[in-house]
Design a protein around this ligand. Sequence first.
Ligand SMILES: Cc1cc2nc3c(=O)[nH]c(=O)nc-3n(C[C@H](O)[C@H](O)[C@H](O)COP(=O)(O)O)c2cc1C
Length: 322
Amino acid sequence: MKTKITELFGIEHPIIQGGMHHVGFAELAAAVSNAGGLGTITGLTQGTPEKLANEIARCKEMTDKPFAVNLTFLPSLTPPDYPGLIKEIIDAGVPVVETAGRNPAEYLPALKEAGIKVIHKCTSVRHSIKAQSIGCDAVSVDGFECGGHPGEDDIPNFILLPRAAEELEIPFVASGGMADGRSLVAAMALGAEGMNMGTRFIATQDAPVHQNVKEAIVNATELDTRLIMRSLTNTERVLNNEAVERLMEKEKRLGDDLKFEDILDEVAGVYPKIMHEGTMEAGAWSCGMVAGLVNDIPTVQDLINNIMSQADEIIKSRLQIF
Ligand SMILES: Cc1cc2nc3c(=O)[nH]c(=O)nc-3n(C[C@H](O)[C@H](O)[C@H](O)COP(=O)(O)O)c2cc1C
């Protein structure tokens, strides 16, 4: 399938794997790129510029196809070495960067000068327009359904995507709630040029995370995610578990007095324990409502093949009704 996104990134299928903390390692990024999509290494997970350089090198050993690096700009008292990370991305010739969090304007000139294509993750139309105005090449529009940080506007993709299509000139992908060929065709109908998936890619054989994480997604329904940290204006959609219940009880008790320090036990440093050790009650971890549509743990290659053949079948049969 050819779209503006496949053309922009030089990929075969309009399917992107979004950056995911402690999931987006070389194994997954390479598997997605080898299957014709765009895989993404998560920059901040690697820790230092040297470790990111090492992960990019590992990915290059596993694929000769284009892949991306995610740079998430978080408010932090001790910010990561963003210039150092960007230098390694440029030196390694990574063709695409997925930015997220804060407005990436400060770092855009360096990336653009190096010929890197930048796709910025946005949860609202106004942020998408801003991304376009500062020179981003594409936008990943993340609806309220998404795993991770859906922002504070709570607009689901059935409204957000056509609104983005009305306002944007640069191409965008639909993100949040995407799982299969139905999602892809629907996303394209709503104006997107492809789709980005997070949660669905975790439940694959290639995702370098503990089997317990994959099974938790398969066993979850669309009713099992919760929104946390709203009062901190840092809303995150996570899979419910004991730690999340504890955190929500604190939110209820402390109300607007809640501080980040009050929930450190539930959110700080929990990803390695969950993703690598499989200790599922260790804390809160991002997961999308789309878990309700995930019932298997295929290889990435099979997942992408199935998405494309299901999309083809829908377009050729169900949509040929007139
Ligand atoms: C476990 C997990 C970790 C994530 N970590 C990040 C991250 O570090 N940076 C980022 O920009 N997005 C992150 N995301 C968001 C994904 O890149 C993607 O936008 C989102 O998962 C799309 O929604 P979906 O899960 O419904 O497919 C994360 C998502 C998940 C599920």
